[in-house]
Design a protein around this ligand. Sequence first.
Ligand code: CR6
Length: 806
Amino acid sequence: MQQYTKAEFIKLIEDKLRRKRSKTMEEATENDLYFVIASIVQDNVMPDWLETQKEYTKNRNKQVYYLSMEFLIGRLIESNLLNCGLLDVANESIQEMGFNPDKVYNQEHDAALGNGGLGRLAACFLDSIASLGYAGHGAGIRYRYGLFEQRIIHGNQVELPDYWLKNEYPWETRKPDESVEVQFGGRVIEHTRRDGSLEIQYVDTDKVTAVPYDVPVIGYQNEVVNTLRLWSAEISPYDRSIHAGAGAQYYHHLEHVHSIEQISGFLYPDDSTYEGKELRLKQQYFLVSATIKNIINKFRDDHGLPLSKLADYITIQINDTHPSLGVPELMRVLMDEEGYPWDDAWDVTRHVMAYTNHTTLSEALEKWPEDMIRNLLPRIYMIIHEINERFCIGLYYDHEELRPHIKDMAIISNGQIHMAHLAIVGSFSVNGVAKLHTEILKQKEMKNFYSLYPEKFNNKTNGITHRRWLLQVNPCLSDKITDAIGPQWIHEPHKLISLLRYTNDKPFLDDMRQCKQHSKELLAKYIYETQGLKVDTGSIFDVQIKRLHEYKRQLMNIFHIIYLYNELKDNPNMDMTPRTFIFAAKAAPSYHLAKEVIKLIHHVASVVNFDPDIKGKLKVVFLENYNVSLAEKIIPAAEVSEQISTASKEASGTGNMKMMMNGAITCGTLDGANIEIRDFVGDDNIFIFGLTSDEVHDYYANGGYNAQEIYHSDPRIKRILDQLNGGIFGKEEIEFKDLFYNIMSHNDPYFVLKDFVPYLETHELIERSYRHQRDWQRMSATNIAHSGKFSSDRTIREYATGIWKL
Ligand code: CR6
């Protein structure tokens, strides 16, 4: 990748400004600068992008396609500059021109094509795949509207559409020549040919054109550029010509165009719950059908080999069950379009597809009504039906021990299609995303499948790209690390472990502390600028940022804040290190209880932050519109990382890894990847509390525990709940009866009260530990040292060697 001096770079900016924006330097705005710098980067990567693709074809590399309904890529400008080796020169040039680099980069609209962890994981994976030089690409949907923009009005979440494409998106290239057709609806006609084989025809289908938009995925200073291909749904040229007409016909035509464009219209704002909308099903099929056509066309062009060899060259990794229609779709193409008999097509399919499971929450395990698939995708339905028949018959005859379980394992049962079952049966690998999660899959949720296919199941603990989540977001800390242990950690993040030698090194610990202080000040400034609220930068910055969900238990966090408030009210002179509790979270628009929690946080903040008795010892901050860019501001400043899900519910978590990498100490339950963090850093460097996953399962098996009893026996807890229900936090028009009754009448399904006292005691320990700053910094350094294991480079190497065989 070409490198430049500052003078050369400024000259490039000047030229581009003139050509692309018809402006001189003097007239340029921040937005102009952003745009021209992005297009300089884009120009710069083009040769490497073409070269990388050529190389892959020439070397006949095996390629992986990461198929995902979500890619939460956030802004690309800084990470692209960083990966191209141009970040420093860009920063200096921007400054020289009298602008602030952050403000220029902030001009890029966050691309929020994802809900949360699963989408962000996909983005981190792409970064690692390219940075490690693997031949791997992303395939997703170019939603015109990403995840909604959150506004808070009087403490309530309000959703606004996120029209991220309102300005030109400089990173994408439209490739109309590579468009493919996707068909919905219609009827299937079967003819028996003379030789007895079956010919399948589809008639009266709705045809949609899938147009690809390619975004480069730039490896870290290695000249590798892979592709994230995002598909957009458009009306087919054929439809455009035959339906054009006058009068009513014209309006029908417009409606038809609209219904097609809806397919890539918006991202479902749902996280971990199953949203049974037909449009969502259309989106899923649109993604898999377009991608599989594209893969097959390219495979033909590149290799000229028969498709029976597909699995030697291609793996399709399906990100959760959302793209699991890839299984019947590949079968369909192989049989109906390529003439392969069932057994051969099945053999290819089962060796191409690999499935990652990201949740065991039953409400999030996708099931589609049989009728919906039958109507929308008649041929796909026939194939799923046949897969199911053959699977169940095979179980019956070949696995007597599983006979009693056939109805639980079937792909189609009770009028529903179980997508996880389809994904397991149709792929060669099934992986969970953290050790505990994979164990739960094997021993509980997918126990029968595990006994049938033990060889398919494996674990790949999640990871995060340390390039974005340390190098880019925390330059101060990154520099200090490099000063201490040299720059090798950037290429080999496991080398961060050398920091263990510095856990008693005063100068290093001082440096680290200074960086944290600097990040806290930047965040405090942002809080002040956005909310007018002053926070004490000497207080403990305690952070919980993630989607709002009952199982993540933001409610327990806010209960603890109420508890501290009550303690301070009773005893205003109580000796306590000041605390700033920082939240950011979006709730699914129709998730009532989650929205109530947001309202409660705001309500508590409005009382606590302004009560003079508290003497500034407690502050509660809720930052609006959580997204990747906001996370980048908060994470470097975090000191306590709240990872407090009900054990067994959080498959992995990735925020836990990001905060650990920036020196925060985890306060968490034994859930998801917290367990592995604990295993690496040791009990002394993490604050663990609460029920274990086995205990939670035992309670569920025995009908839960008795929440009422805790309420009546612990006055601290009773006081908090009463304050919500008619007391100071729930008076008159503001009341939180639903939250109250969910605990009291529905028996606290996420064990908030059950874990509350251990949580509170853990926080007392945290507060005491923070007083010993040297020890705290030692813990912090130990966490950073071990965080290299949670780089997505490690995860991707495991996928590449264990599953993809690249
Ligand atoms: N919500 C898990 O809940 C995990 C990510 C990525 C999630 C979370 O624990 O870290 O996936 N699951 O593996 C789903 O989205 C279904 C998530 O982001």
